[in-house]
Design a protein around this ligand. Sequence first.
Ligand code: ADP
Ligand code: MG
Length: 330
Amino acid sequence: MRDYLLPGEGYRVLFVIGKGGVGKTTTSASIAVALAERGYKTLIVSLDPAHNLGDVFMTKLDDKPKKLADNLYASELDMEKLIKRYLKHLEENLKHTYRYLTVINLEKYFEVLSYSPGIEEYATLEAIRDILMEGNKWDVIIFDTPPTGLTLRVLALPRISLIWTDKLIEIRRKILEKRAAIANIQGPQRFRIGEEEVELPIEEDKDEVMKELRKYRSEVQFVEGVITNPKKTSVVAVMNPEALPLYETLRAAEALKKFKVPFRLIVVNKVLNVSGEIPELKVKLDAQRRVLEQIEGEFQEVDVIKIPMFPEEPRGLDWLKRLGGMIVES
Ligand SMILES: Nc1ncnc2c1ncn2[C@@H]1O[C@H](COP(=O)(O)OP(=O)(O)O)[C@@H](O)[C@H]1O
Ligand SMILES: [Mg+2]
């Protein structure tokens, strides 16, 4: 068995990435079925707003894990709902932290934020974090992800967020130092919120803003710790034996390396095995041969498996079991 697909240090997290239509959902569902069959309690979650996990399992799914077989649970997250929830959470945090800033019309601000670039990535990261926080309920958690670009940005986010959070913590610390200097000369500073009189905090663990920054930092640190741990996380890239998916996989490999997210397996899916000469397929088969050669050369440290193009769509538990066996057994 391929050990990087199995629990290592506690639960195993698998991210199955790739372009739309290459077979991400089919591959992740197959791995899930095969691992569940081998006794690992497995959760598969679709993060792709264009869900088709339910189609592949031939059943209806929603955002609660549904038991499909022994040890096998599946869900499809509702990204719209998650974005709304994420913004609500932000709004409440801000209102609490900046109680005295009632002059700002927060509702208007959040209406605009929901269309802001990056929101989908943050909401997706939050969803991943929620699941990882309860990761010990499972042996294996498989994420069937949105097309590559968005997924890579999500996996890069913890790193980036840590950098800017540290910067903000530093700035906040300076503000608190200035406040302390003023309080030293003029005594504690007070202000009113309605009826309430509040003293401006000068200590870090009494300051709501600092507490919020620290809390956020530790949340992000947790996700970063999981997704960069090779004993916990493996990325599986799915591609078809064509030039463009190959370039995309190469770019993904580079990005994952930069963010230290372990990239372990390439599934080359829908490989055409044709006996005899078919003139209409000659160009395609030549291209496929070149791409397969290139893959062998380019990815020395990554496992590569080839899965043939089947004469029918691999759907339903029996098909997935067969296909999953080909992937998890080395
Ligand atoms: N090896 C294969 N042989 C034949 N059809 C396949 C194979 N893998 C996937 N498919 C079909 O290709 C389509 C896209 O696969 P899917 O897993 O939904 O891709 P993605 O999730 O990457 O968009 C589906 O109709 C699926 O049944
Ligand atoms: Mg899919």
